[in-house]
Ligand binder design. Structure first.
Ligand code: SF4
Length: 441
């Protein structure tokens, strides 16, 4: 259990020197207890005290790194609106070692094709989970090596056979491959294998009581690079486990559960599988292993993940510069919108559909939508004129028409007056752009 502020205070030097950034040791103790300070900020803590206080200073869920750039855990809140979520759920596609070479290559190609661009951001699938189902250690190692050679994705090796895992891991340990799963039967050999190779390992037990017992025994081996698997494979029980684990880690600072958690989908029908995975991405899996690798299935899941892991205080924005859609010329229409990416890309998509090459200038409104920006005084005629001058639109088109969103028709008079351009009131919603654009021709 986490230490209270007073318990921490008893172990501090009590010099009240202020070098830690707060005036007194008591204030520092309180900041430590609430996770707002790091123990390293005090240069006078004794080694003995440091050891005792480590658990109080540690984050509620340990960050576990594996593979290319996967970071699991290190979350501090239960709900995104409390602060933010930091590390998007790592998505892995399961590859069985029972696939023949042709099937394996086809699967790898499909996985490599999981690259998407959405609202100006690039994202791709994170990793591959190679599962030993063949019972053949040599085949498992061969499949792992083939996947590793074909892709730079993060790797997870899953086998209950420690010998097979050891052989497959040997050439891949440098890639910080995640291995699993250690159970109450094989945890010593499995954790020692992970420790020798400096890779993280999954601890799997059926139910939270058994999992706690396993974590405590595994920690006693002097290693703490763990990912937890509470065992259940039904969506309802998995969701319950994920929620209990996150609550206990964050709210109670229950150290045995202060590790990231992995979940596996159980549905074999792809759309149901994606719905199941969506639940785990929302609450609270650090990694999810999927069976489907079809683009049409994975894209909605990645979109959901992107939305959940976007900092609610920092909306995704596009660069507030002049954008051109199609082969623009001096007669091209000129649209104004805001730099909130969902707004901008909705406008851009409709302009593209209209098939009339056009200019679009997103005004820097700190990533807010049109009405929000207007209400906050961030979409004012003065600011728009300034942006029009800065982007040099007057040198690119010979007409003097600027199309503004219908929602801010009220600014058209002042904008015309200040800019010397005719402010043309466009549709309220971007969905009206295609029919509106026909009136321009
Ligand atoms: S630096 Fe250490 S000794 Fe000084 S006030 Fe902070 S906690 Fe106390």
């Amino acid at each position: 259990m986490a230490l209270t502020g007073l318990e921490i205070y008893k172990q501090l030097p009590k010099k009240n020197c202020g070098e830690c950034g707060v005036p007194t040791c008591l204030a520092f103790a309180m900041a430590l207890a609430s996770g707002k300070a790091a123990l390293d900020a005090c240069p006078y803590v004794t080694e003995a005290a440091r050891e005792n206080l480590d658990s109080a200073a540690a984050p509620p869920i340990k960050a576990i790194k594996f593979g290319k750039d996967s970071v699991l855990g290190d979350e501090t809140v239960l709900f995104r609106h409390d602060k933010t979520f930091y590390h998007p759920t790592t998505l892995l596609i399961q590859v069985s070692d029972t696939l023949n070479d042709d099937q394996l290559n086809a699967k790898i190609q499909e996985i490599k094709g999981l690259e998407f661009e959405r609202v100006g951001l690039q994202y791709s699938l994170d990793g591959v989970a190679i599962v030993q189902e063949s019972g053949d250690a040599a085949r498992f190692a061969k499949v792992a090596a083939t996947v590793a050679e074909a892709t730079d994705k993060s790797l997870l090796l899953l086998s209950s056979d420690v010998g097979a895992l050891k052989a497959a891991l040997a050439p891949l340990a440098a890639r910080k491959t995640l291995i699993g799963a250690a159970t109450s039967e094989n945890y010593e050999a499995m954790v020692n294998l992970a420790k020798e190779n400096s890779v993280p390992v999954i601890l799997k037990a059926d139910g939270l009581d058994a999992l706690e017992e396993l974590v405590v025994k595994a920690q006693a081996l002097g290693y703490k690079e763990f990912v937890l698997d509470p065992g259940a494979r039904t969506p309802v029980q998995t969701l319950a486990n994920l929620t209990h684990l996150r609550r206990l880690a964050i709210k109670k600072k229950f150290r045995p559960f202060g590790y990231p958690v992995i979940a596996y989908t159980s549905n074999s029908e792809p759309m149901e599988e994606i719905m199941e995975a969506s639940v785990y991405v929302a609450k609270y899996a650090s990694a999810v292993v999927l069976k489907t690798s079809k683009k049409a299935h994975v894209l909605p899941l990645m979109t959901l993940r992107q939305n959940i892991y976007t900092d609610p205080q920092k909306p995704i924005q596009v660069e507030p510069k002049l954008h051109s859609v199609g082969n623009v010329n001096e007669n091209s229409p000129f649209y104004i919108t805001t730099n909130f990416s969902l707004t901008y890309y909705s406008v851009e998509g409709e302009v593209e559909t209209s098939k009339i090459p056009s200019y679009i200038l997103p005004i820097d409104t700190d990533g807010t939508s049109v009405l929000t920006a207007y209400a906050a005084g961030k979409f004012e005629p003065e600011k728009i004129v300034e942006a029009m001058v800065a982007c040099g639109i007057a040198d690119k088109v010979k007409h003097r028409n600027v199309i503004i969103p219908g929602y801010v028709a009220v600014i058209s008079g002042k904008l015309s007056e200040l800019s010397g351009w005719k402010a043309v009131v466009g549709p309220r919603e971007s969905s009206g752009i295609v029919s509106f654009s026909k009136s321009l021709t």
